[in-house]
Design a protein around this ligand. Structure first.
Ligand code: ADP
Ligand code: MG
Length: 823
């Protein structure tokens, strides 16, 4: 039966489309004949299969052959004949539907959930129709909506107002006050086209018995206005009341013609809380409003959100259909402020819905991920104890706690999926090493993937030193590992002779196979996409995964982007770590900055100068950095050695420069952001960041973390340019105020929004229609808890009673949340 319903819809949709707006769309159609006869064949097939058991079909046969006749030769007909055929086709279609309805009644009664699913499919089809199906939308408008990301009917229903305007109260013209926005009604007394000094205006004067008001249009479609505003017509209008030569005016008001009946409740643009949408050229408010009203009228009933009853009751969630109506056209007694703040019950319902389905997907994915059956590692081996004894310090409480959390995961048969968050310098490397040692002691390999070569090398250098003392073999594989060297390392890895494998993206290349990959560590996760995370995981058989990030991610964002991961947080830095004093300097204070640098150099300390490097102006920025390095060397610090390092340099040269800086042979290192993550130079005590306003706060915090890596007091100077925006000044002030990575991250997220905050297009921030992770964090937390308990339920009882839920979930994920692909 599902197939019959589906094919009927397939036929109905184009017929309705063509019949709309006095058959205007007919001009657009091509190959109608081919498409329709294909549908008709499909219909026959479906019926033949079902007909025998149903024992009837005569009426169908006739109807279908009638239909075929109408379709034959269609494309070559003149327009009028086409119109007529479409009309007849619709009539036939109506009878087909009737016959189909009778047909389905004779079938065995479907179970309740099956009926729901069938209806659900039909509803889904309706909502997926292109916007052109909606009354009043032609191809041109459809293109304009497309610009707003509105493609189908569902998009249109979720195209929520930007704000709302209160037009519930109509004022007497007499008491409408000049300077405020008012709504008045009245009868047109006269309408004239009046020349002013420089321009002409179309003027319409209305009278409501208490006084007169003149509406003026200086542009617009005059013929159209003339047709609307006839003498005696009752109109309602909204606008700011102005005054010219003592009278009351409104310039370009919003207007609508009213019926004679005072209480006619069907005004769309007045006497109610009126929605205001985001506009595009060619799409004005009244136009959008009318189209949305028609979409809501015809389609809101088909929106599904099968959130369990019990949850809806407990959370006080409105019915979804009501919420959609209300979000566009609030009831008279609603509170305007709530709607404008997107805090109305209608908003809450829609926002909850978005979060719920996202979280349900994440919850189920987490269940699936851990159910696969991972490796049950034995922890607490002798290697670990030896490792701790090698460290010149004792672990912080936070490090101990997190290692315990990781070990607990590793011991379990299920695979670990954990996110480790911790500020720069809090000691994540040691923690990850502890996990890797455990993996190796269980005769598995551990891989650690870093986003840049420099960082991978640094990990490697640390790890190699530790591994040698522990009798383990560590190797490094990056993009610049070439030729026979590369061959050799790949061999070593595939034979299982390497215990710890450090590297970059090179680790996820196709031709690299591991022997027994048991633990995967991904450093600086936000630099990698979700895809890469899963690619590396797939190199093993359900290895444990630990994702590390030094950009603390606000809780609600983590719930969304890493919602399928457990989270560990290192919230305590090693004791000797000191705050890095930060101050903002302006260009004209550059001399002061140089004397600060000189002070540090005198103390045998080293200085970083960082330049922003943005893709659009990469070569310009490189020039800046290069010129600066030359200038400093020649003109300012001839007695010191100035080095330059950037991502475009050959690996070898860059390594040499970096090595000289680490050895103290170079004192001032001018660099682009390649040094952002991980680099450890104990003697570096001053970080100067040029064009600080061009960096995100979290990035600045990362950079700042490159100094203060030892007990030498360190500081950071942010070079800014006067005349920058108020916003950028405020941002930089946050850096002066705090060293708390989490606070900075919250600010950064608030300023830049989730997408930019995470910095990559594939960062996995879902494209919400209404919900906002920051504004709606409370709803997010509720929806997550509910979704996870539903997932628990599904895991226990299977999909019993939840099939529809799963279906809708799949659709939502396919449409909006592109995370599905990475499973
Ligand atoms: P992260 O990777 O989190 O930025 P690292 O692991 O690189 O931080 O650690 C930063 C520095 O602090 C390293 O030099 C490391 O040896 C040191 N360190 C790590 N843990 C401790 C600790 N518990 N006490 C003192 N120093 C530590
Ligand atoms: Mg690190």
């Amino acid at each position: 039966m599902n197939r019959l319903g589906a094919i009927l819809l397939k036929i109905e949709a184009p017929l309705l489309f063509l019949s709309k707006d006095s058959y205007r769309n007919l001009r657009l159609v091509k190959d109608f004949e081919t498409t329709m006869s294909a549908f008709s064949r499909e219909l026959k097939n479906v019926l033949q299969v079902n007909m025998k058991e149903a024992g009837r079909g005569g009426s169908f046969d006739r109807l279908i052959s009638d239909f075929d006749e109408l379709v034959a030769g269609f494309d070559k007909l003149p327009l009028d004949a086409k119109k007529e055929r479409i009309e007849r086709a619709l009539t036939i279609f109506g009878r087909l539907r009737e016959a189909a309805a009778g047909f389905s009644e004779e079938r065995p009664v479907a179970g309740d959930s099956e009926t729901m699913e069938r209806n659900s499919e039909a509803s889904f089809e309706r909502l997926s129709r292109p916007v052109q199906f909606v009354k009043g939308v032609g191809p041109k408008l459809a293109a304009l909506f497309e610009k707003k990301g509105v493609r189908n009917v569902e998009d249109l229903l979720y195209f929520v107002p930007r704000k709302y305007e209160d037009r519930r109260n109509v004022k007497d013209i007499n008491s409408a006050s000049i300077g405020s926005k008012e709504t008045v009604t009245g009868r047109v007394t006269h309408a004239v086209y009046r020349p002013y000094k420089r321009r002409k205006a179309y003027e319409v004067t209305i009278d409501d018995g208490s006084g007169q008001l003149t509406a003026k249009w200086f542009r617009g479609n005059l013929t159209y206005l003339r047709r609307i505003f006839k003498e005696g017509t009752r109109v309602i209008m909204t606008g700011e009341v102005t005054s010219y030569l003592g009278g009351k005016d409104m310039i370009h008001p919003d207007y609508e013609v009213m019926g004679e009946d005072e209480d006619a409740g069907d005004l769309l643009h007045f006497k109610r809380i009126v929605p205001v949408y985001s506009e595009t050229e060619g799409l004005n408010q009244k136009h959008i409003r009318r189209i949305i009203a028609s979409a809501v009228h015809d389609y809101a009933q088909f929106v599904e959100s099968p959130i369990p009853e019990e949850i809806c009751r407990r959370r006080g969630l409105q019915d979804i259909e009501y919420a959609i109506r209300s979000v566009h056209f609030p009831e008279q007694n609603e509170r305007l402020e709530d709607f404008n703040a997107m805090r109305s019950d209608a908003h809450r319902r829609l926002i909850y819905d978005e979060f719920f389905f996202l979280q349900l997907g994440l919850a189920l994915r987490r269940k699936a991920g851990t159910a696969d059956g991972g490796i049950a590692f034995k922890t607490g081996g002798s290697g670990i104890r030896k490792f701790y004894s090698l460290l010149p310090f004792s672990l912080t409480g936070a490090q101990k706690r997190v290692i315990a959390e990781i070990e607990a995961d590793m011991e379990k048969q299920a695979s670990m999926n954990r996110l480790l968050q911790g500020d720069v310098g809090c000691g994540k490397t040691v923690v990850s090493m502890a996990a890797m040692i455990t993996a190796c002691e269980n005769a598995y390999e551990a891989a650690i993937m870093a986003p840049t070569e420099i960082l991978a090398e640094q990990h490697y250098n640390n790890i190699k030193a530790w591994s040698e003392s522990l009798g383990m073999n560590a190797v490094l594989l990056t993009g610049s590992t070439k030729g026979s060297e590369r061959e050799k390392i790949i061999q070593t890895i595939s034979k299982g002779d390497a215990n710890i494998i450090c590297g970059t993206h090179a680790l996820i290349q196709k031709d690299l196979a591991f022997s027994r990959l048991g633990l995967v560590i991904i450093d600086e996760q936000h630099r990698f996409g979700v895809v890469q995370r899963s690619q590396l995981r797939q190199k093993g058989t359900n290895p444990d995964v630990l994702v590390m990030t030094a950009t603390p991610i606000p809780r609600t964002l983590a719930m969304t982007v890493y919602g399928d991961l457990d989270v560990s947080i290192i919230d305590e830095c090693p004791p000797e770590r000191k705050e890095i004093g930060t101050s903002v300097f302006f260009e004209e204070q550059r001399d002061k900055v140089y004397s600060r640098m000189r002070e540090e150099l005198r103390k045998q300390n080293q200085v970083f100068i960082v330049y922003p490097l943005v893709e659009e102006s990469e070569s310009l920025d490189l020039n800046d950095a290069t010129r600066m390095a030359d200038h400093l060397q020649r003109d300012i610090f001839p007695e010191s050695r100035v080095g330059l390092i950037h991502g475009r340099m050959k690996g070898r040269l860059r390594d040499e420069t970096m090595a000289s800086f680490m050895a103290g042979e170079i004192q001032i290192l001018v660099a682009t952001t390649v040094i952002e993550v991980g680099i450890d130079v104990p003697q570096a005590s001053l970080m100067v960041i040029e064009h600080a306003e061009r960096f995100g706060l979290s990035q600045l915090h990362q950079l700042r973390g490159r100094v203060g890596r030892s007990d030498i007091p360190s500081s950071c100077i942010l070079m800014s340019h006067r005349g920058g925006s108020e916003d950028s000044a405020r941002r930089l002030r946050v850096m002066e105020e705090t060293n708390d990575g989490f606070r900075i991250a919250e600010e950064d997220l608030a300023i830049r929004g989730p997408g930019e905050f995470l910095g990559t297009r594939q960062s996995g921030v879902p494209d919400f229609r209404i919900a906002n992770i920051l504004r709606d964090s409370k709803i997010l937390i509720e929806a997550r808890a509910d979704a996870f308990s539903v997932a628990e339920d599904i895991a226990r009882k299977g999909l019993v009673g939840n099939r529809l839920l799963k279906k809708v979930l799949t659709r939502r994920w396919a449409g909006r949340f592109e995370l599905t692909k990475t499973g």
